[in-house]
Design a binder for this molecule. Structure first.
Ligand SMILES: [Zn+2]
Length: 277
C-alpha cells in the first residue's frame, strides 16, 4: 500500500515538474502595424453573418486594412468603398473566429480569445469519448474540461482558416504557434472536431493541413493513430486522412532510425516550417 502511495506521489510530482522550454521564434518580422493606423476617427462597422446569426463589430479601418489583404481592397478609401459611401460592410465568416481576429489585431495576442458556449455542439456531435494512446497523451480532466480544450483548439483552427481566407498571414502564423504551444502544454490531442474541420476547410498543401498531419505523424504511435481512425470511421474524409498517416507510420515503424518525438522534442520543433511567410 505504501509503495502504491509513493508511486502516485511520484506520478503527481512528475506532472508538476514540466517546465515549458523556450519555443522557436519566427524568423519573419512581427506583424506590427505602425501607430499611424490607430486612427480612432476612421471607424467602420463590419457586419458578420454566420448562418442565421449576425454580429456587428466596430473596427479601426486603417488598422484592419494594414493587416488584411482582403480588407485592404474591400475598404479602400479610393475604391468602391468610398464610392458607395458605406459605413457598414457585410461579410460571411465564423463569428467567434472574426472576434478572435480582431482581438489579435488589437492586442497582438491570441491569449485572451473566448470560446462561445454555443459551439459546444461542434465537439459533442462526434459522440466519441476521447482517450489517449500509449504516448502518455492522457487528459486527466473531466468531460467539460476536455470539451473546453477541444473547443479552444477548434476555434484556433477556425481562426487560421479565416486568416487564410482574409489574407492575414501574421495571424495564421500566430495561430500555428498557439496550437503548437497548446499541444506542448497539454500533451493531449482531441481529434474529434479538428480533423473533420481541417479536411473539409483546408487543402492538402496548406500550412494547417501539414501542421495537423505532422503533429499526428510525429507525436502519436501507430496504435494511437489506429485509435483515432476508429473514432472517425463514420466519416470517410477524416478516416481516409488518418489512414494515410497510419500507413506512413506502419511503413516507417520497421526503420529503427524512425522514432516518435518526445514532448520536449516536439516543443523544440521550428514552427516556421508551418508558417506562411
Ligand atoms: Zn516563421
Amino acid at each position: 500500500m505504501a509503495s502504491l502511495k509513493a508511486k502516485k506521489t511520484n506520478k503527481k510530482k512528475k506532472k508538476t515538474e514540466w517546465v515549458m522550454p523556450t519555443l522557436s521564434t519566427c524568423r519573419s518580422p512581427p506583424a506590427k502595424a505602425p501607430n499611424s493606423c490607430h486612427d480612432l476617427h476612421d471607424l467602420v462597422t463590419i457586419r458578420v453573418t454566420q448562418g442565421s446569426q449576425i454580429r456587428e463589430f466596430l473596427v479601426i479601418r486603417p488598422l484592419l486594412r494594414w493587416h488584411s489583404s482582403y480588407f485592404r481592397v474591400a475598404l479602400d478609401p479610393n475604391g468602391h468603398f468610398k464610392e458607395s459611401g458605406a459605413k457598414v460592410v457585410e461579410v460571411e465568416d465564423d463569428i467567434n473566429a472574426f472576434a478572435s481576429m480582431l482581438c489579435w489585431i488589437n492586442t497582438g495576442s491570441l491569449d485572451d480569445i473566448a470560446v462561445d458556449a454555443a459551439d459546444v455542439t461542434d465537439v459533442n456531435d462526434g459522440g466519441d469519448e476521447y482517450s489517449g494512446d500509449n504516448n502518455d497523451n492522457e487528459n486527466e480532466g473531466g468531460n467539460s474540461e476536455k470539451d473546453e480544450e477541444g473547443l479552444m483548439s477548434l476555434l484556433l483552427y477556425k481562426v487560421w482558416v479565416l486568416a487564410d481566407k482574409r489574407g492575414l498571414p501574421g495571424l495564421a502564423d500566430a495561430t500555428i504557434d498557439k496550437l503548437h504551444e497548446r499541444l506542448v502544454s497539454i500533451w493531449s490531442l482531441d481529434t474529434r472536431s479538428i480533423v473533420p474541420y481541417t479536411v473539409r476547410n483546408t487543402n492538402p498543401e496548406s500550412c494547417l493541413w501539414n501542421f495537423l498531419h505532422d503533429m499526428l505523424m510525429r507525436t502519436k504511435s501507430s496504435a494511437g493513430i489506429a485509435y483515432h481512425v476508429d473514432v472517425h470511421l463514420h466519416d470517410f474524409e477524416s478516416s481516409s486522412f488518418l489512414m494515410s498517416i497510419l500507413k506512413l507510420k506502419l511503413d516507417r515503424d520497421g526503420n529503427e532510425e524512425w522514432q516518435n518525438l518526445s514532448r520536449l522534442e516536439w516543443a523544440r520543433e521550428d514552427r516556421c516550417q508551418w508558417h506562411q511567410h
